[in-house]
Design a protein around this ligand. Structure first.
Ligand SMILES: NC(=O)C1=CN([C@@H]2O[C@H](COP(=O)(O)OP(=O)(O)OC[C@H]3O[C@@H](n4cnc5c(N)ncnc54)[C@H](O)[C@@H]3O)[C@@H](O)[C@H]2O)C=CC1
Ligand SMILES: O=C(O)C(=O)COP(=O)(O)O
Length: 597
């Protein structure tokens, strides 16, 4: 990434009266800050821009509960277009800021490419996100959010319903009676009590299935390499290895997501490890079972019965041997389909999508750091600070080897585990990259973008004594191996350095190079290095005043009385080049730079 100086041309540089000014400026041993401030708070970071009437457009591509639609309509133009063909979706998507789907819509790379950069949020009204190309979403800076909790119980209840109806041949005997038959001997079932159920995937749904199965008197074991043992213990479930689960289970219920690792996890080889006569329930995803292998296992008598809500291809072909199999019970992906779950999912996804459109950081993000809502709210002013420090630092770069190596220091009295810096790093990347490129950076694609551009961000934590109430004392951003258009921004380490703090909820710039300043990060900033002498604030203030440029904040940090000082001036409006020239012409001013925030 080559640093561009062209976009920030309003710079005057006069020689410093010391040699090697970029690295030899002493750290101010004594400094004074003089500051005037207004009470304006920084404006909120808005994630999305909207369409002509000022409202964003949300395309709802699959049926969504009324309560969710009502929430969406309060904030956005809502286009409910169900059953779109892939071509129709690709055409429509360029006019949409957000897309809401369930499991029936493939949100593939083409959708993101067709959106022309406008699509910023995909909301999956449910849990499984295997129908969304997350890599493509991330590369396009599109946030993917899901509704991870509202259908948990519905899916678990459907699993239990399938388990019981399979064991007692409910679907088959129902069809038989309706066909005029009365086959009491044919449909003798098996009991659940005392049987071993292996729950494969002990997450939200798996846990609820386990609880209910225990209530039915089953012995429940679970396999999940990532599940905490104490959660299993709390439910009274033993966590076992994959092979042990297969070998000991009378019933197997699948509750893991479809991922490359779980794809066709039940196959010829793994069916061969199962107890003869095992019964299988799948309310997870069709792709976790090799369907042809399941037909073979059914025919070979390894699998006595299967009950399936999900299929590799949905809907499955009508002549599917699996669907038509006498010992297989099927439902058309109904796990989440209860009135209660659909209402809950609709509200959960509408809130997540509206929040994301408003620029709030999402706590149900799937392809961005998932940070709990309370942590996000606490970090909010630091998120703004982080972006602005990145923006300031990159604007101070004049050349050198380009912005490649950035060091970020977080000073906090909290322990390393108590401070999640992923959001801050993402926003610093946004601040660094956006002013010098046409890339839109957000929490979603920040790390991807940094990597693509060869930008290495090293993070360091400084643990301070003191109260951990405040998440952070300061954030420092340093860019290595570059020259600066404002020589005083180069600190002792030889890096362009800016540092900031949050004061009363407002982000402030508190250090430039080795000079301590104090200016709230709003509007724009003029930094001047000057010979410290009386009247400088007045001189510059009156130049700006005579040009009707409103000053919001001024502060002076100096090395020692009557030596060099750096004056930071917050301005509401961008001064004209002529005004900036007048400032540069003040004899005591040695260099200055105008920085946009
Ligand atoms: N049929 C339907 O309508 C519904 C289906 N689902 C499906 O159920 C799945 C589970 O949903 P939740 O429980 O809410 O998700 P979850 O994320 O809470 O649980 C998934 C669990 O699977 C585990 N897991 C991952 N890889 C595994 C592996 N190789 N072996 C064993 N366990 C593994 C994870 O550690 C996690 O604990 C979803 O991914 C979705 O595909 C969910 C809701 C409704
Ligand atoms: O939430 C899930 O993962 C589901 O499978 C539910 O899918 P649906 O929203 O009913 O198409």
């Amino acid at each position: 990434m080559a640093a561009s100086s062209a976009s920030f041309a309003n710079t005057v540089r006069k020689p410093l009266p010391v040699s090697n000014l970029s690295s030899k400026l002493p750290i101010p041993s004594a400094f004074t800050t003089v500051s005037f401030r207004t009470n304006r708070r920084p404006s909120h970071v808005v994630f999305i821009s909207a369409s002509l009437d000022g409202k964003p457009t949300v395309l709802v591509a699959e049926k969504l509960g009324e309560a969710g639609l009502a929430l969406l309509k309060e904030f956005a133009n809502v286009d409910c277009s169900y059953n779109l063909s892939p071509e129709e979706l690709n055409t429509k998507i360029s006019l949409c800021d957000a897309l809401i789907v369930r499991s029936g819509t493939k949100v593939n790379r083409e959708v993101f490419e067709s959106s022309g950069g406008r699509l910023k949020v995909v909301g999956r009204a449910g849990v499984g996100i295997d129908n969304v190309d997350l890599a493509a979403a991330t590369e396009h800076g599109c946030l993917v959010v899901n509704a991870p909790t509202a259908n948990t119980v519905a899916a678990a209840e459907h699993g239990i319903a399938l388990l019981a109806s399979m064991a007692r041949n409910i679907a088959q005997s129902d069809a038989s009676v309706k066909a005029g038959k009365w086959q009491r001997n044919k449909y003798v079932g098996v009991s659940l009590v005392g049987k071993t159920l292996a729950v494969m995937g002990f997450g939200k749904v798996g846990t609820e299935v386990a609880r209910r199965a225990k209530g039915l008197g089953m012995h429940v074991i679970a396999h999940d390499p990532y599940a905490p043992a104490d959660r299993a213990r709390a439910v009274g479930v033993e966590l076992v290895g994959f092979d042990e689960a297969l070998a000991t289970a009378d019933f197997i219920s699948l509750h893991m997501p479809l991922t490359p690792a779980t794809s066709k996890i039940l196959n010829d080889e793994t069916f061969a490890k199962m107890k003869k006569g095992v019964r299988i329930v799948n309310v997870a995803r069709g792709g976790v079972i090799d369907e042809e292998a399941l037909v073979r296992a059914l025919d070979a008598g390894i699998v006595a019965q299967a009950a399936l809500d999900v299929f590799m291809v949905e809907p499955p072909p009508q002549d599917s041997k699996l669907v038509q199999h006498e010992r297989v019970t099927v439902t058309p992906h109904l796990g989440a389909s209860t009135m209660e779950a659909q209402e809950g999912v609709a509200i959960e996804i509408a809130e997540a999508v509206v929040g994301a459109l408003k620029g709030e950081l999402a706590s149900t993000a799937v392809n961005a750091p998932m940070v709990p809502a309370e942590v996000l709210s606490e970090l909010k002013p630091f998120v703004i600070l982080a972006e602005k420090l990145g923006k300031l630092a990159v604007q101070l770069v004049a050349g050198g080897s380009g912005v490649k190596t950035v060091k970020v220091t977080y000073a906090s009295s909290r322990g390393p585990d108590d401070l999640d810096t992923r959001v801050l790093r993402a926003m610093i990347t946004k601040g660094l990259v956006e002013p010098i490129s046409d890339v839109f950076v957000n929490l979603v694609n920040a790390d991807f973008t940094a990597k693509q551009r060869g930008l290495r961000i090293a993070e360091e934590r400084v643990i301070l004594d003191g109260s951990p109430e405040n998440p952070l004392e300061f954030i420092q951003v340093q860019i290595a191996n570059v020259e600066s258009k404002f020589a005083s921004a180069i600190s002792e380490s030889g890096d362009v350095t800016v540092e900031g703090r949050v004061k009363d909820g407002v982000p402030h710039l508190t250090k430039v190079g080795s000079f301590e300043v104090d200016v709230s990060l709003e509007g724009s900033i003029i930094l001047c290095r000057q010979v410290d002498q009386p009247g400088m604030i007045g001189t510059v203030g009156s130049i700006l005043g005579s040009e009707n440029v409103n000053v919001s904040f001024m502060s002076v940090g100096r090395i020692a009385p009557r030596k060099h000082a750096v004056m930071a001036i917050g301005v509401d409006d961008q001064p004209s080049n002529a005004t900036l020239k007048k400032i540069g012409d003040v004899p005591a001013i040695e260099e200055f730079v105008f920085l946009k925030l």
